[in-house]
Design a protein around this ligand. Structure first.
Ligand SMILES: Cc1cc2nc3c(=O)[nH]c(=O)nc-3n(C[C@H](O)[C@H](O)[C@H](O)COP(=O)(O)O)c2cc1C
Ligand code: SF4
Length: 421
């Protein structure tokens, strides 16, 4: 099945019943008769977050609901945030959903609000077209149908702006930059209240669970990654395509759908810019969180860049330069660490790095992990570590000045490596 959008081509794998790309299952804003029952259904569905960390939605909903019922400021009620900021440069799925299925997201948002007993809800975005679409959808609705006051918050785009504490801080009137944890938003978020921050794709799955139940949701996907997911596929000299795929689909099936032969594939950049590289081992994988974690990689937000004729060293240099530019400049280890790793990667790409430089890059990729207020430095260390581990021959060719792709002077990855605007 193929649908045309003004900006992106979208395709649902023929072997799955798409839940997000079609509006055959138009949201109905069905009344919630029993919020406890709906929460149990969501827990049973195994729905995990689509914003990157794959955390179970049911666990987060229950924690926010329980914190909202406890005393103190929390007693004033919980808050829910639909996170559609999509700072990840290789991903288009959240924009696509908000521009094309705003009611699906709003239906999921009001169901989450009903479960946690929230009186305030926010849709948090940076894309202007998404904002217009959500405004239009809110204008179509009788506020009583939502049962919660929903506000739209628009910020300037940025890699860190979609991180959950950055979203909370921006909604509270501050800069869209992360804060130290704890507390996490589920403990104390917007206005100090327990806050559910959920990705818009995660929320867009909730109306389906309400209508069809956990078993139907689990009828596609794997035990630990149930359901379908939206995958933004870039690279391989093809225009980006947004797919809806069942979790567990072999990577090679995705390649055939995308029109790329396995022989051409050198590897892939996984989870957007977050999870780093896999070399040709990616051809033996299936697209689910457990398989990717088992390889030390990640499906993250479902964005995958297929690498064919681009040199992974040049790609890594561009991605690390991106983190150097895009980090929030708040934490010394991240501000200095991303700059230092980007400098070594650029030197390696340009054939001027030494063995000592590489030794430093390897050490930083280990010791800088887990530092900083948010996981940006983890993303950068993932890219550095997996370049060294997954592509040792390419790295050696750069030390020796013999990389054929790069001696041609065509650093095609260095544009910067922003596949999607
Ligand atoms: C640097 C950074 C950037 C992030 N950007 C986004 C984003 O743009 N959109 C998003 O939904 N989650 C983003 N996340 C994850 C959020 O912090 C949060 O985990 C997520 O919104 C929770 O939703 P989920 O449980 O539905 O996945 C980011 C995390 C980090 C560390
Ligand atoms: S870790 Fe980096 S990106 Fe995250 S808040 Fe600190 S400086 Fe900003």
């Amino acid at each position: 099945m193929e649908y045309t959008d003004t900006a992106f081509r979208t395709v649902a794998w023929s072997g799955c019943a798409p839940r997000l790309l079609t509006d055959s299952d138009a949201p109905e804003y069905r009344p919630v008769l029993d919020t406890d029952q709906l929460l149990r259904e969501i827990e049973a569905s195994g729905l995990v977050g689509r914003g990157g960390a794959a955390f179970p939605l049911g666990v987060k909903l229950r924690a926010v609901r329980d914190n909202g019922r406890s005393g103190g400021l929390a007693a004033k009620g919980a808050v829910v945030v639909a996170n559609g900021e999509e700072g990840e440069p290789a991903s288009v799925k959240d924009r696509w959903l908000l521009r094309n299925r705003p009611h699906l997201v709003l239906d999921g948002l009001r169901l989450a609000a009903a479960i946690v007993g929230a009186q305030r809800a926010y849709v948090y975005v940076s894309d202007r077209d998404s904002a217009r679409s959500v405004e239009g959808a809110l204008g179509d609705l009788d506020p009583d149908i939502l049962g919660v006051a929903v506000e739209l918050r628009t910020v300037e785009p940025g890699y860190v702006a979609g991180e959950e504490t950055a979203a909370v801080r921006a909604i509270d009137g501050g800069p869209a930059k992360p804060t130290d944890k704890p507390p996490r938003p589920f403990e104390a978020g917007v206005g100090g209240r327990p806050t559910l921050v959920s990705n818009v794709e995660t929320l867009a799955n909730v109306p389906y669970v309400q209508r069809r139940g956990a078993a139907a949701f689990r009828s596609q996907g794997t035990v630990h990654s149930p359901g379908t997911f939206l995958a933004t596929i870039t690279g391989a000299n093809r225009a980006p395509v947004l797919y809806e795929l069942p979790h567990g689909l072999p990577f090679t099936e995705l390649l055939s759908l995308h029109g790329v032969s396995s022989e051409q594939v050198r590897g892939a950049l996984m989870g957007g810019y977050f999870a780093g590289f896999l070399n040709r081992r990616v051809l033996d994988t299936t697209l689910d969180h457990e398989t990717m974690r088992g390889l030390g990689s990640g499906l993250g937000c479902g964005a995958i860049t297929v690498i064919t004729d681009e040199c992974p060293v040049a790609v890594a240099a561009s991605v690390l330069a991106y983190f150097d530019r895009e980090n929030a400049g708040q934490c010394g280890s991240c501000f200095n660490g991303t700059a230092a790793m980007a400098a070594v990667a650029a030197a390696l790409r340009d054939f001027v790095a030494t063995q000592e430089d590489l030794g430093r890059l390897r050490r930083w990729s280990v010791v800088l992990r887990g530092r900083g207020a948010c996981a940006t430095l983890d993303a950068a260390t993932n890219v550095a570590a997996t370049l060294l581990d997954q592509f040792p021959d390419e790295v050696d060719r750069h030390l020796g000045g013999t990389c054929v792709d790069c001696t041609r002077g065509a650093f095609r990855a260095d544009r910067p490596y922003q596949a999607v605007s």
